[in-house]
Design a protein around this ligand. Structure first.
Ligand SMILES: [Zn+2]
Length: 400
């Protein structure tokens, strides 16, 4: 009964908004897919990027096919809120087809204190957090479980940093017709030099499977592995007692699975608040270790910043035992794309070469039983080291 009621409510909501069109930015493999699913309009296309207008009633089917057939996490960008703000279709496409490259390489010193911080990373602490996220059953941005997951993460972040003077936890609402039950969570660790642009580390907290209303959407790897990584990184930053010259933001994005919606609103909030950012890392799926791969950590080379990607490579090679490879992800495959589109420098370390990634994503079997904690810990260590190096760590002063 509950299921029928939910379906009725979902259909009723969709019917209420049936007249509202959605504007989706698509990579080059999607326009024909859009044509497949029924009447929609190609608004503008250039450089392999298309903007199409689709009736709201089609978005669910569209998202299902993208997740089913293309196994793409994310896979498209819902930019309706940009169109509503009067932004031109051409500019939106240009911005994404060819964002202005603003990145530069950072010095990687191989710092003894950073190495100490890296050694504080705990497999057990990380795994316990990941198991807690998995046990929630679903963290979907479309239902109460997703809202509960947001509150839990917010609570953990607040608890972990209690007593730290320069920390604040805030949220950014997600204005979406359906995936609006979750707000993105931002933890800001104020730097000692607030005039220096900040470092952002992110992961998405929401989950999805083919049956959108199911409460079996564990998303252990996608993206519980990244969300847990941020909490373990935070625990280490606190334990180290260090300060950082740059401000460090840890962001748990909402509604990534619905067109990178949460992260677009987060980027807008940063721009509106005038919060400068020099480097953005995205951790989306870091738990699955493919035996078919030669390397361990794969850096995305498309829709990312080459200079920052090179910095990330040197951080990984300096502080972990990981072998580093490269791979391509395809179109807007995770939240870094929301920053990249606006010209911020972003980089992404991924769990495998794209063809060998965890095949269980977006299914109710995306569970920890196939994940490798030693593999995931390489990414946690890389995150801690990146904050230490690029955030410019100031070791705690010995107490006299
Ligand atoms: Zn994902």
């Amino acid at each position: 009964m509950k299921a029928i009621l939910i379906v009725f409510l979902a259909v009723f909501c969709l019917a209420v908004q049936a007249d509202e069109d959605r504007y989706l930015l698509l990579g080059d493999f999607l326009p024909e897919l859009a044509r497949e699913i029924g009447p929609n309009e190609l608004v503008y296309a250039e450089g392999g990027v298309s903007l199409v207008r689709v009736p709201v009633s089609q978005v669910e089917q569209f998202s299902r096919i993208v997740h089913d057939h293309y196994k793409a996490c994310g896979g498209f960008m819902d930019v309706t809120h940009e169109i509503r703000k009067g932004r031109s279709a051409a500019r939106l496409v240009w911005e994404y087809a060819d964002p202005k490259d603003s990145g530069f390489e950072f010095a990687v010193r191989g710092d003894a204190f950073v190495a100490d911080m890296v050694s504080m990373v705990s497999k057990d602490a990380y795994w316990n957090v990941l198991k807690s996220l998995e046990a929630m059953g679903s963290r979907s941005a479309t239902n109460a479980k997703g809202a509960a997951a947001q509150k839990w993460i917010q609570g953990q972040a607040t608890e972990l940093t209690s007593g730290m003077p320069n920390v604040r936890v805030w949220t950014v609402e997600t204005d979406h017709f359906f995936a609006n039950k979750q707000a993105s969570v931002v933890l800001t660790l104020e730097g000692t030099q607030p005039n220096l642009p900040a470092v952002v580390l992110g992961a998405h907290m929401d989950t999805i499977t083919q049956s959108f209303t199911s409460d079996k959407q564990p998303g252990a790897d996608d993206d519980g592995s990244g969300s847990a990584l941020l909490l373990e990184t935070l625990r280490v930053l606190k334990q180290s007692g260090a300060k950082f010259e740059r401000t460090v933001h840890l962001v748990w994005y909402a509604a990534e699975e619905w067109g990178l919606v949460g992260s677009q609103f987060v980027v807008d909030a940063f721009v509106d608040k005038g919060l400068a950012v020099d480097a953005v890392l995205q951790f989306d799926m870091v738990g699955y270790n493919s035996s078919a791969d030669d390397d361990n950590i794969y850096l995305l080379t498309d829709y990312t910043n080459p200079a920052l990607t090179e910095t990330l490579r040197r951080v990984i090679e300096t502080y972990t035992d990981a072998k580093v490879g490269t791979t391509e992800c395809g179109y807007a495959c995770s939240d870094h794309a929301s920053w990249h589109k606006k010209g911020f420098a972003a980089a992404v370390p991924f769990e495998a070469s794209f063809s060998n990634m965890n095949g269980r994503l977006h299914t109710q079997n995306d569970k920890t039983d196939v994940l490798d904690v030693d593999h995931a810990i390489r990414f946690v260590k890389s995150a801690v080291a990146f904050v230490g190096e690029v955030g410019r760590v100031l070791p705690p002063q010995p107490k006299h």
